[in-house]
Write a protein that binds this ligand. Structure first.
Ligand code: SF4
Length: 376
């Protein structure tokens, strides 16, 4: 199959759903974590939960980079951009993420120079177009986006661009999975592995999950049939008592990853000793910092970074939702104080955030049905 339509073909989807029902042992409850926020979005968007048997529970994982970034890092970036000479540049999905004093967009409304860019190289163009100002790019994401940040830093260096820096908030997926597996309140049977990250890191880094933790993991694509096929592959392994890494997304993910992208990352980044994640706390060697050879373009080394540590609002249960301990609707603020229009937590902002996905595709649907029934 080559085209998106084929991965949405109802007949094939029904076949996969039948196979899932055949493989799932009725007396057993399966807890499968979809690591990637893109999968969470697709699961809600295509209503995949509705066609799974009730004893297959999908747990949302920590794979939404905006969601796992603690509020202190957003405050740090915005504090550095208080300087009127600084232009704060970031991707659009960062713009509504709340810091303690408001989101980047709210700061823009108060006069801060905040710009949306569509790639890190756009931030370079912004710096070239504004030689009297300093452009600070707020870089965020897993290994999926880190290579483009790395190439941008290499380009800034080759251009000798003096009015440009990057505030690096890139994180790495494997330590987060390890932290989840170490969590005492988490019992999982297997993983729908992240597709986008794996295009860069490949499948090998997951082998310890199968070998040491005896959990199957299937790297998956993002179309409905991809996800259902991945669940079939997980159930087959579980039925046969196996724990292996399998690659359902072969049309995109090479087993060995993308060597050129990994080399660019190795040139520019090194692991931080530890990094704070929202909901998961400090995780060792789970994030990237810019190497000293690129210090001139490292916002953390150029500016006086406050290093703020901020806890989420007390009633917000983003941490528990991120760890998969609570479902989005079980958060006390869900749908009342916290909505996509007025987000309290980042999980309600990003399209990959499970609260936003649940709200947009499940909660609204239920609300419409309730209203129709009430008015009938
Ligand atoms: S509903 Fe809002 S506050 Fe609650 S977990 Fe989701 S994003 Fe966080």
């Amino acid at each position: 199959m080559r085209f998106v339509d084929e991965f949405r073909e109802p007949e094939l989807i029904n076949k996969a759903a039948d196979e899932i029902r055949r493989l799932a042992v009725p007396s057993r409850h399966y807890r499968l974590m979809e690591v990637c926020g893109g999968h969470t979005h697709a699961i809600y968007r295509f209503g995949l939960k509705d066609i799974l048997p009730e004893n297959i529970e999908l747990i949302h994982g920590p794979g939404c980079p905006v969601c796992v970034l603690p509020m202190g890092r957003i405050d740090d970036g915005l504090t550095m951009a208080q300087d009127p000479d600084v232009i704060f540049a970031a991707f659009g999905d960062m713009m509504r993420v709340p810091g303690t004093q408001g989101s980047p967009l709210e700061h823009k409304a108060r006069g801060m120079d905040v710009r949306i860019v569509y790639s890190p190289s756009d931030a370079i163009k912004l710096a070239q177009a504004n030689p009297d100002r300093h452009v600070m790019f707020f870089a965020i994401g897993f290994e999926t986006t880190a290579p483009s940040t790395a190439l941008t830093l290499m380009r800034a260096k080759s251009l000798g661009l003096g009015n440009f820096s990057i505030f690096c908030n890139h994180v790495t997926i494997i330590p987060a999975i390890r932290a989840i597996l170490d969590s005492p309140d988490m019992r999982l049977d297997g993983f729908v592995g992240p597709g986008h990250v794996s295009t860069v890191i490949g499948c090998r880094p997951y082998e310890w999950i199968a070998a040491n933790e005896k959990k199957p993991i299937v790297v998956s694509g993002f179309e409905p049939l991809d996800i259902l096929q991945s669940i079939v592959m997980l159930l087959r392994q579980l039925k046969n008592g196996k724990a292996r890494v399998e690659n359902q997304y072969k049309r995109v993910v090479p087993w060995e990853g993308n060597r050129a992208a990994l080399a660019a990352m190795a040139e520019v980044f090194q692991l931080r000793p530890y990094f704070e994640w929202r909901g998961l706390g400090f995780i060792s060697q789970s994030a990237l910092r810019i190497r000293d050879t690129y210090a001139e373009w490292d916002a953390e080394q150029r500016f006086n970074i406050p290093g703020l540590r901020v806890t989420d609002p007390k009633a917000a249960q983003c941490g528990e939702v991120l760890k998969g301990v609570l479902k989005p609707a079980q958060c006390k603020l869900f749908g009342a104080e916290c909505t996509p229009e007025h987000p309290i937590g980042a999980l309600m902002v990003s399209s990959e955030g499970c609260c936003a996905a649940f709200y947009n595709y499940e909660h609204r649907k239920t609300a419409v049905v309730t209203n129709i029934n009430a008015s009938a």
